[in-house]
Design a protein around this ligand. Structure first.
Ligand SMILES: [Zn+2]
Length: 507
């Protein structure tokens, strides 16, 4: 995500963030753990749900209240009820009917999953919209809402290792959801005649039921039914358009694993614009979702997308997905790296720093989207890396000397400014300036310490080793030490966990 491209704006935003979120985040901010290097954590939770609801009885009926049901989580310290244990989702099919006039969303989420523990009950994250019917393997199942979980009790226990399918029929009026991490409503956005989804970090479950944590990625099919003349886009590749009785169904496939927070739809008066020159340069289809009548030429810098893909491939290794592009929307005020379809505010897309932000959101496709954070505390692995990609672009456009001067100035601005350490920001500063800029400085300190050759080799190794998965800070440190052949704990400890911004090592 990019919400604050410049420090001055960033400082103002942080003050506003702190003011607006402090009331609701006391518990979260006091639970931040001490600095520590944890063991690599990339495996999925496997605990059983023995304390959850008992099995259904013969006379059970859908909606039966089972008092023992409780909200569960996948073990994220920052968002204790996000994600759920006991299963691994393989694929989501979201078959949705959207009515722009009434702003209603109705449909079926089909969730294909595999049990990783014996499942007496299954928790999905789900809020804002209402479940109407739940089936497991084609049979009606009991379900109830507990906090932001949908607790489902299948007719019999699902043994560990067994595949199962959940169909949740649901609907209602999609709305913004409140997050402790950002000072504005996220989730479903309706602005003028446009509808789109901004879900990072914790709002994916406000528009479809899912296992809402990057530790459980899955592939997706979106079947978006909208009135004829309206365009409906989503992540991935448009594989089919079906017209039917004044409606049109847009079918999009996201063939690579995707974290739920990166799933999006963009619905309204848009054109799907193919950029053939950029596609040829990037070696993948580049298509954008632009307001009707707009072209690539209306957004100076956008024509360099293919060049940016190739540039970042030189630095980080092959682009991890099979298509790319951006969607330009009104009223967002920021940019977000939704997988293969980064979302840009229309004013941002016409601003002088658009090109830098294009590089930032594209870079997230290596760091954030393919290699996702194993815990939200480690958000610097997304934002520090994407911010560093902006610096690499500046270095290419200007010079290394110019970049060094810029970074030195920025380091001095941050030193003494009292920002939290980027390795353990409070929840309400997950997207604060220190995570972005001091996170990027951490990588620069690493580069100065290990030298350019090892630095780019270790970035590529990290992107490759954890591709289509998740990694924690300790995983990255281990890769860095392995590639560089150096002990680097002290460097990372001081840059990530000390509030005082260190001096750069001599290069
Ligand atoms: Zn970002």
């Amino acid at each position: 995500m990019t919400t604050r491209p410049r420090l001055l704006l960033a400082a103002v935003a942080v003050v506003l963030t702190a003011a607006s979120c402090s009331d609701t985040n006391d518990a979260a901010t006091t639970s931040v753990s001490e600095p520590q290097v944890t063991a690599p954590t990339t495996s999925r939770a496997t605990s059983t749900t023995t304390t959850a609801a008992p099995p259904a009885t013969a006379d059970a009926f859908a909606g039966l209240v089972v008092p023992e049901a409780e909200a569960l989580g996948i073990g994220d310290d920052y968002f204790p009820t996000l994600g759920n244990p006991g299963y691994d989702v393989d694929h989501y099919t979201l078959d949705l009917v959207f009515q722009p006039d009434s702003i209603t969303l109705d449909g079926i989420a089909t969730i294909e999953a595999t049990a990783t523990a014996d499942l007496v009950s299954i928790n999905l994250d789900f809020t804002v919209l209402e479940a109407v019917q739940v089936q497991v393997d084609g049979e009606d199942a009991e379900w109830q809402s507990v906090e932001e979980d949908l607790v489902i009790t299948p007719s019999s226990t699902i043994p560990a290792g067994e595949a199962f399918v959940i169909d949740v029929t649901y609907g209602g009026e999609p709305k913004q959801a409140r997050s402790g991490a950002v000072p504005f409503g996220i989730g479903w956005q309706t602005v003028n005649d446009q509808n789109y989804v901004v879900a990072e970090p914790d709002a994916a479950h406000s528009w479809f039921p899912n296992n809402d944590h990057p530790l459980d990625k899955a592939t997706y099919t979106f079947r978006l039914n909208v009135p004829d003349g309206t365009t409906a886009a989503a992540n991935g590749t448009l594989v089919e358009r079906i017209t039917d009785l004044g409606r049109e169904i847009f079918v999009w496939e996201m063939a690579s694993p995707m974290a739920s927070y990166l799933a999006t739809v963009v619905i309204g008066d848009f054109d799907i614009v193919e950029d053939e020159a950029a596609s040829a340069e990037a070696g993948i289809p580049i298509r954008h979702v632009l307001p009707v009548g707009k072209t690539v030429a209306d957004y100076p810098g956008l024509e360099r997308t293919g060049e940016m893909v190739r540039f970042l491939e030189e630095k980080f290794g092959p682009y991890p997905f099979d298509t790319y592009g951006i969607a330009v929307v009104d009223g967002f005020g920021a940019a977000l790296e939704n997988q293969t379809l980064s979302l840009f505010d229309s004013n941002l897309a016409e601003s002088f720093f658009f090109e830098d932000v294009l590089v930032h959101e594209l870079a997230h496709h290596w760091f954030g989207n393919s290699v996702s954070p194993g815990a939200w505390q480690d958000i610097w692995l997304n934002e520090g890396f994407a911010s560093y990609a902006e610096w690499l672009w500046i270095e290419r456009e200007a010079s290394r000397e110019f970049l060094e001067q810029e970074i030195a100035l920025e380091r001095d601005e941050f030193a003494g400014a009292g920002f939290p350490a980027p390795g353990e920001p409070p929840v309400f500063e997950l997207f604060g300036p220190a995570v972005y800029r001091v996170g990027a400085m951490t990588l620069h300190a690493l580069r100065l310490t290990v030298g350019d050759e090892s630095f780019f080799e270790l970035l590529t190794e990290h992107a490759t080793r954890f591709a289509n998965g998740a990694a924690r800070t300790a995983d990255f440190i281990a890769v860095a030490e392995e590639v560089a052949g150096l002990e680097l704990d002290a460097l990372f400890d001081s840059w990530l966990y000390d509030r005082a911004v260190p001096e750069f090592p001599a290069g």
